[in-house]
Design a protein around this ligand. Sequence first.
Ligand code: NAD
Length: 252
Amino acid sequence: MPNSQIPPRFDAKCVVITGAGAGIGRATALRFARAGARVIATDMKQDRLNTVQAELPGTGHAIVAGDITLSDTIERIMQVAGAVDILINNAGIMDAFLPAAELDDAMWDKVMTVNLTAPMRLTRAVLPGMLARGNGAIVNVTSEAGLRGSIAGAAYTTSKHGLIGLTRSTAFMYGPSGVRCNAVAPGAVETSIEAPFNSALAAARIGPIMQATMPSAAKPDQLAASICWLASDETSNINGVILPCDGGWSVV
Ligand SMILES: NC(=O)c1ccc[n+]([C@@H]2O[C@H](COP(=O)([O-])OP(=O)(O)OC[C@H]3O[C@@H](n4cnc5c(N)ncnc54)[C@H](O)[C@@H]3O)[C@@H](O)[C@H]2O)c1
């Protein structure tokens, strides 16, 4: 096999993946496990985790069921994982495409807590160990909506822009200490994420742009490949990058 076709290896590395029960997170968990990693798969849906656990090749993997916005869940993840080499902040939810004037506090708070606060808390939890070992990689799953304002509602758009800020700050602060932090920005991906258009304004403003410009949806494993690559030693000189994985949508 030519070198360019040999996927990165993660033998004996411990990787924590949030939202690993479905979609991009599930595909990422499977890809890491195939590449030799010890996977800690976490999700709020126990039944999904049970299925993923049965699918994971290799041994030593674990699942942690719980809402990632609760500190108890993060504590249990850290206990089960031990030393975390790689963190994939993937879990996320949509916002029904609600513009600012149509948002209520509950939607705003929920989206911000799942998509932005939880990744910050998990990042904060894994950093001391990574810094003590002088090595670590964090990959955040942001979105095309983190790059511009025409893809989702106000809460989701803000949360994904915020996750890019967290990525850049973490990369800048800890890169010299051996911890890299990068992000992927998916376009449309074939997953179970719920994205109802609950706003007539959003349908009128965003709908035509999507119809005219959006490439066909990616498969979750295409995202998993980019995530694993950014977490691997092959990208040891890449830090603070936001990588669009969108079939070129971001250049339209
Ligand atoms: N699917 C797309 O088109 C798309 C596009 C851009 C970005 N993204 C991002 O990709 C990431 C993964 O999304 P997906 O499309 O695979 O979604 P998905 O709904 O298929 O999977 C997400 C998983 O996260 C879990 N989850 C949600 N909230 C949680 C919480 N509070 N605690 C623990 N687990 C929770 C869900 O149970 C689910 O299993 C998200 O951050 C999403 O914003 C997706």
